[in-house]
Design a protein. Structure first.
Length: 438
């Protein structure tokens, strides 16, 4: 969710989710049908550098599906700044699409509304079976012990992208493996109007993804084992302070990045304004902005010490996009056919190549096209050192509340105010107060 007015949007998100959960579903008629067998509506998330690029990627595939099935798909590419609130509004009104993309971190929250079709064994059988998908992707499809609320479509992981020329000019021989090394390198690279690292300080989702990883590296979680918010424990406070400190204390991120919320840090990296970037599967985005593949390297996201792995050396969240169906669709059979088409081996290769993501379908992921050096880093991260965000019903509120707290701390850093343990804890306390009471 790339929100500029995140606080207001967050309030809408929380109230909508509460309403949706209370009513138990997003359907005014209580169920779906096949009353409109010739059409489908599809909300696609903005995966490319622009909405227009996404339309160019998707339309030929939708035309292919129409030719095969006789079903016309009307697609709308929805910006991340609008997507979650659009979905939550649809769950309460019943006026949503047939098929939609959801960020995989939202799976449990949207599952709790009761508006999405459950992917039980019968529904999975319609698309070739659950065992076609890799376990890491299935781990972010809904609450544990329940049938998934969605099907994996694109898998991603965070990596460190670094400008080879900038590193060579600064006399840096290899990418940093620890945060101390990244800060030291960043200080060497932050000169002459250029900066060591880019960030998206107003991007609520980006904020959450990074502080989640930092929290794991500090041995902390944002929720207790029984699902209660625990935003102010020492590990979480230290994690948020360390991340925002890259701007506030270490000064390797430009203060202007506090306002970034629409991939500006990716554009800055492509233009050589930042020497390093922490991003999900960025290769296609960078290529679309004119940066050649040999101009940058890709390495694992740093850890506190040692090498990436599980537990305190987690260095990415399990990122990705899932494909969901509103259970009040008037073309349930057509929606199942469309999900089967989009997760077929051939389409998985086409779409994940276009977005430089990793297919969550086992056979497609094993294709030679995804055995590039850059994909090797992402695949290795997903397999060995990535963790799923909390699959709890309150996850979307958590993203909004804590992501906004981090945004406020970045704004303070940009204004020259110190980001202290006390100020971090105060913002996280405010975030925790916004969560539903248990």
């Amino acid at each position: 969710m790339r929100r500029i007015r995140a606080a207001a949007a967050g309030a809408v998100t929380i109230s909508l989710l509460t309403a949706a959960t209370a009513c138990g579903g997003g359907s005014s008629n209580g169920g779906g049908s096949n009353d409109s067998p010739k059409t489908l509506t599809y909300w696609a998330s903005n995966q490319g550098a622009s909405i227009e690029i996404d339309k160019k990627v998707l339309q030929p595939e939708l035309d292919k599906f129409e030719k095969q099935s006789g079903i016309k798909v009307k697609v709308e590419v929805v910006p991340w700044s609008d997507l979650l609130n659009r979905i939550l509004t649809a769950t309460t009104s019943g006026q949503g699409p047939d098929v939609l993309n959801i960020g995989n971190t939202w799976s449990a929250s949207l599952q709790a509304t009761g508006a999405l079709l459950p992917w039980d064994a019968k529904n999975f059988a319609k698309i070739g079976g659950k065992d076609r998908f890799v376990d890491s992707a299935l781990g972010s499809t809904g609450a544990e012990g329940k049938d998934p609320a969605a099907v994996p479509l694109y898998s991603m992981a965070y990596a460190l992208y670094y400008n080879k020329k900038s590193f060579a000019d600064a006399g840096i021989a290899k990418p940093p493996a620890t945060w101390d090394e990244l800060v030291a390198d960043g200080k060497k690279l932050s000169k002459g109007g250029k900066w060591g690292l880019g960030a998206e300080g107003s991007n609520v989702s980006e904020n959450i993804h990074h502080v989640f990883v930092f929290a794991k590296q500090h041995g902390a979680d944002f929720f207790t084992a029984d699902g209660k918010a625990d935003f102010t424990n020492d590990g979480v406070v230290a994690a948020v302070q360390q991340y925002v400190g890259l701007m506030a204390k270490d000064k390797i991120i430009a203060p202007g990045n506090a306002e970034y919320a629409q991939n500006q840090s990716v554009s800055d990296f492509a233009k050589g304004k930042n020497a390093m970037l922490l991003w999900q599967s960025a290769s296609a985005n960078l290529k679309s902005q004119g940066m050649s593949d040999d101009a940058y390297g890709i390495a694992p996201v740093p850890v506190q010490s040692g090498t990436p792995g599980t537990g305190t050396n987690t260095n990415s969240m399990v990122a990705g996009i899932n494909l969901a169906v509103f259970k009040n669709s008037k073309n349930l059979d057509g929606a199942a056919k469309f999900v089967k088409f989009m997760t077929s081996d051939s389409e998985q290769k086409i779409l994940n190549t276009a977005y430089s993501s990793i297919p969550p379908v086992k056979t497609a992921q094993g294709d030679a096209a995804f055995n590039t050096p850059s994909n090797a880093v992402l695949k290795d991260t997903l397999a060995k050192s990535a963790a799923a965000l909390p699959q709890v019903a309150d996850e979307s509120q958590f993203e909004t509340a804590v992501g906004t707290a981090v945004k406020e701390l970045f704004a303070a850093a940009a204004a020259g105010h110190p980001v202290t343990t006390a100020s971090v804890k105060a913002e996280l306390e405010k975030a925790q107060q916004q969560m539903p009471k248990k």
